[in-house]
Design a protein around this ligand. Structure first.
Ligand code: ADP
Length: 621
């Protein structure tokens, strides 16, 4: 950096997280360094698309007549690589903001994840995160960007960095609009200044770039809109490369859907379902990957109106004939054309998924494991397609093998003859659920229970209400219709004694509980807590409490197992003396033990001191 002393060169520091990220990229053993080329071409193509869009409504710009193109120049002797575009360029602020920081707010978690896995920047991580421009630091030690923005009176700037935490910016003379990026290749990557190498890499996707690409002066691509070709004429490899190009995914897609509609509505769509979910499924959606075109001209890359939120993991292109070319963001937002396209796409995608579920279950399960969480949110937002969505939901149950998933349809088809309700239980993990005493009755009576372990389940599944006229009920609720004639009642306490005992429980627990009742559902546990008929689901309460510290959980109903030895012992004590101290301590302890199981015990100190008192009594010689 010869002119480092010049007062015109300003030095900046990358943000802390950026530094860490750069460090990782530079020192990673990433096995696909050629990815830098795709990132640079894709950025250039974005920049050119922005010019094309701007020109639709505004010709008062710098170089309105210049050809929209990408030029790559390689120099073997100097071992240099250069890429130039006539795109929108960047202002000084944009250079600082967009090149100096990572757009994604998930950066820190991303770094954390890498540290946790103690891994290098592996293919899947880099692919999921999309480090974009910075991938150049895999192949070079220092990068220079020279750029001039589209505004007529714009100034030009040179940005330089060694990827070591610092970058400099200086004002320069540059006549034309656009961006030029150049660097010297590291020795171990000098293959990237070879024409044939670059040509063969470009070959994979250059035909999807909407602008001519010149390599050392020679045009290397034929611009063609893949989605306008007939299905039969598109090769599988072309689809895969196209997907990778628009999505920045390193993997091939799980599947794709090609639509061509003519009639009232005219549009073509090429949509892809990725193989794996991004690290942050609910945030930071790389919305750039669903592109809106109008008559082959790129309009927008973050078009929220094209698909409902619960399908926003889908990537691809939608090209319509029904929007005016000079469409503005406001138009796309409120256009009835967009709403209609949205409806059709949604319904086609759902049918497509249905087809997978019925005919390619393994593929469907892959999809569902990756995107099920976000997909289920459709239950709360898309009422038109609710029934379709319900049929596409899969879950584990008390009877499924590990990794096996079934649907509501499967569940209902294997319900027992006299079973009228669909049972579910919500918990953090399968293991935690299996310890829930409220499950005992169902396991004992061979009734299948749906296990819901996905955090979004609590907001979505209970809303289903009923399926094929069968009510969905939580095993944690008090209003389940149990079969009365179960064998477990045989060795139960007498009705009179049960009643007396329940009264004693009520007197001791007072207003700690909503009620105390005889339990039908318990087999091995002495007591359990359930939620009243109108009470909120236990897991939902937990979430509410998590979000709002002052949130009060509803009072529980304590159910008592009249066949349990502890309870029978307590009954004997009641007969002897209703005011027996051990009786009182035991009832409180049973109640608090159940609370503890639910994670709601407020005063562990009292619980422990009471337990010590009971132990003291039990250990008396
Ligand atoms: P991404 O492309 O995923 O946003 P990058 O790190 O590749 O991430 O680029 C960051 C930003 O820098 C881009 O979003 C764009 O605003 C700007 N940028 C990069 N390359 C160019 C270019 N050739 N012309 C204009 N702007 C660019």
């Amino acid at each position: 950096m010869e002119e480092n002393q010049s007062p015109k060169i300003q030095e900046y520091e990358f943000k802390a997280e950026m530094k860490q990220l750069l460090n990782l990229i530079v020192h990673s053993l990433y096995t696909h360094p050629e990815i830098f080329l795709r990132e640079l071409v894709s950025n250039a193509s974005d920049a050119l698309n922005k010019v094309r869009f701007r020109k639709l409504t505004d010709s008062d710009i710098l170089d309105p007549e210049s050809e929209l193109k990408i030029s790559i120049s390689l120099n073997k002797d100097g071992q240099t690589f250069e890429i130039e575009d006539t795109g929108i360029g960047m202002t000084k602020e944009e250079l600082i903001e967009q090149i100096g920081t990572v757009a994604s707010s998930g950066t820190l978690q991303f770094l954390q994840k890498i540290k946790e896995n103690n891994s290098n920047l592996t293919a899947d991580l880099i692919g999921q995160f999309g480090v974009g421009f910075y991938s150049v630091f895999m192949v070079t030690d220092e990068v220079t960007i020279e750029t001039r923005s589209i505004e007529k009176d714009s100034k030009a700037y040179r940005w330089k960095s060694k990827g070591d935490g610092i970058f400099t910016i200086e004002e320069i003379e540059k006549e034309n609009r656009g961006t030029r990026i150049y660097f010297k290749l590291k020795d171990e990557h000098k293959q990237f200044c070879d024409d044939n190498t670059i040509k063969s890499i470009l070959n994979k996707y250059s035909n999807f770039v909407d602008f001519p690409i010149y390599l050392n002066g020679e045009k290397v691509n034929t611009v063609s809109a893949l989605w306008h070709r007939r299905k039969e004429d598109i090769k599988e490899e072309e689809l895969i490369e196209f997907y990778k190009f628009i999505s920045n995914d390193y993997e091939e897609p799980l599947g794709h859907l090609h639509l061509s509609l003519e009639g009232v509505l005219n549009f073509k769509a090429l949509l892809f379902i990725p193989k794996t979910a991004p690290l942050f499924l609910f945030r930071d959606f790389t919305e750039k990957s669903l592109l809106l075109y109008s008559k082959k001209v790129f309009i927008q890359d973050d078009c929220k109106e094209l698909l409902p939120d619960y399908l926003k993991f889908i990537k691809g292109v939608v090209d319509t004939e029904d929007l005016p070319l000079n469409v503005s963001r406001e138009v796309t937002q409120y256009s009835p054309v967009m709403a209609k396209i949205n409806n059709i796409l949604t319904s086609k995608i759902l049918s497509f998924l249905e087809d997978w579920l019925n005919n390619e279950k393994e593929k469907y399960i892959k999809f569902f494991k990756n995107f099920g969480s976000i997909f289920k949110l459709g239950l709360n937002s898309d009422f038109t397609n609710r029934d379709k969505i319900i049929n596409l939901i899969l879950f584990e149950t008390s009877k499924t093998a590990a990794e096996e998933l079934i649907s509501f349809k499967d569940y209902v088809s294997r319900m027992k003859e006299n079973q009228n309700e669909i049972y579910y239980v919500i918990g953090n993990t399968r293991e935690a659920i299996q310890k829930n005493p409220n499950l005992e009755y169902f396991l004992k009576n061979d009734l299948e229970v749906i296990f819901l372990t996905d955090p979004v389940d609590v907001f979505t599944i209970p809303q289903i209400g009923e399926y094929e006229k069968k009510r969905l009920v939580s095993v944690d609720k008090s209003d389940i219709k149990f079969e009365e004639t179960t064998a477990i009642k045989a060795d139960s306490l007498s009705p009179e004694l049960s009643k007396t005992l329940l009264d004693v429980f009520k007197r001791i627990l007072g207003d700690k509980v909503e009620d105390v009742r005889e339990s039908v559902r318990l087999v091995d546990s002495p007591v359990t807590l359930v939620v009243g008929k109108s009470g909120m689901d236990k897991q939902l309460e937990k979430m509410m409490q998590y979000m709002d510290k002052d949130f009060k959980i509803s009072k529980r109903i304590l159910e008592v197992n009249m066949t349990h030895p502890i309870i029978k012992n307590l009954a004997k004590r009641v007969i002897a003396d209703e005011n027996d101290e051990i009786l009182r301590l035991s009832v409180l302890q049973l109640y608090e033990g159940a609370l503890l199981m639910e994670g709601y015990l407020q005063e562990p100190a009292e619980f422990v001191s009471r337990m010590n008192e009971i132990i003291l009594n039990a250990t008396k010689v």
